[in-house]
Design a protein around this ligand. Sequence first.
Ligand code: T46
Length: 142
Amino acid sequence: MNKIIKIKTFGNRSKGFLSFFESNKDIPFEIKRIYYIYNVPVNTKRGMHAHKELNQVLWCPYGEIEVILDNGKEKKSYLLDSPEKALLVGKGIWHDMYWKKENSVLCVAASEYYNEEDYIRDYEDFLRYVKEGYWNDENKLY
Ligand code: T46
């Protein structure tokens, strides 16, 4: 988790391209929910939370979005600037997303149904989670 993966892609410039990924094959979990975020003004920051149990894959089929991952010990920036790139974000990772280009679309496939209880929306709470041993090797950023 917490790394960019290349999405399998077929096609060519004359006919266009098709990209796809499959649960438990290309990404390490079963997908229960898909959502997407669009019509976001440039320079908007969203996210600002971590999840207790949710694993997700983020991709940007159009535009450019920067995602900053923070595991409580270090932060890394990942640029989603191609429909062939996806970012795996594991549970327990604080994430912020920045819209870099107009009309950029963020798509997300998630391992669980929506549950507001799963969100840690306060950064101090998040750091407490990390301190209390919530952190393990799965929280490494690649
Ligand atoms: C995440 C990042 C990448 C629902 O009712 N159902 C849903 O499935 C989702 C995802 C959201 N919502 C509601 C909850 C809020 O009232 O939609 C509203 C906006 O959600 P939020 O402010 O959390 O949006 P972002 O862009 O900050 O975060 C979203 C996801 O919520 C979050 O899980 O990891 O995208």
